[in-house]
Design a protein around this ligand. Structure first.
Ligand code: ADP
Ligand code: MG
Length: 231
């Protein structure tokens, strides 16, 4: 589903975001990307989102080499990968409902589809009662739920989250992580960058640890426990 082959990224100022890295994430997996600040987590996610291009290597997502997608096709590609950020990035002048509906309008969904789908997704993230609120009337956790609803409303097979609990208190952080787990159990492949060690340890999911632009550990938990160490 997501495959990096010999992918490296050097930024224009010479900073190395990622040394040559190979990585495979299967359909339906839940993966944590961990590591200290500056280790390369966001670089990996931004490469998957095609926000940045690799300096070397191939990136396959949903059986497409995304390094070869032309500029005009990028918006179509982005529909296949929902994304959530630490700072929510909601439209402040739109209600919860309209923030989510807008993501469907952008891709040309009909009014009828929107009216059917948005309430479903609001229910799923537990925000049915807040649909008329504006972002500044919501708690951080509710804002992140809205952002997650927006990220999944178009049925993207992949959801990527960059420090989704970074601005939240521990209890709310747990709620958000279990919501992501819920979404994963519905078949969405979920990749979460985080350095919340407690949550990562408790959740017992695959953990890919990055350090200075290299994967230093890739630990599968659950039914098929293997541990690989990269040099
Ligand atoms: P993390 O998300 O784990 O904190 P990043 O992927 O953001 O790490 O950063 C990895 C390395 O790449 C760091 O050394 C960082 O300074 C560098 N970097 C990230 N983004 C840029 C950028 N836009 N321009 C230059 N260097 C960058
Ligand atoms: Mg980051």
């Amino acid at each position: 589903m997501i495959e990096l082959t010999g992918v490296s990224k050097t930024y224009s100022n010479g900073a190395v975001g990622l040394h040559s890295t190979s990585l495979y994430i299967d359909k339906g997996e839940f993966v944590f990307l961990t590591g200290n600040s500056g280790s390369g987590k966001s670089t990996i996610l931004r490469l998957i989102l095609k926000e940045i291009s690799p300096s070397h290597g191939r990136i396959n997502v949903n059986n497409k080499d995304i390094t070869k997608i032309s500029r005009s096709k990028i918006p179509y590609y982005r529909r296949e990968v929902g994304v959530v950020f630490q700072d929510f990035r909601l439209l402040q002048n739109k209600t919860v409902y309209d923030n989510i509906a807008f993501a469907m309008q952008v891709i040309g969904s009909s009014k009828k589809e929107i009216m059917k789908r948005v309430p479903t997704v609001l229910n799923l993230v537990g925000l049915a009662k807040k649909s008329k609120c504006y972002p500044n009337e919501l708690s951080g956790g509710e804002q992140q739920r809205t952002a997650i609803a927006r990220a999944i409303v178009n049925n993207s097979p992949i959801l990527v989250a960059d420090e989704p609990t970074g601005n939240l208190d521990p209890t709310t952080a747990w709620d958000i992580m279990s919501l992501l787990k819920d979404i994963n159990s519905r078949g969405v492949t979920v990749v979460v960058a985080t350095h919340e060690k407690d949550i990562v340890n408790e959740m017992q999911k695959r953990v890919i640890e990055v350090l200075d632009g290299r994967i230093v550990k890739d630990k599968y938990s659950g039914g098929y426990s293997i541990e690989r160490t990269y040099n």
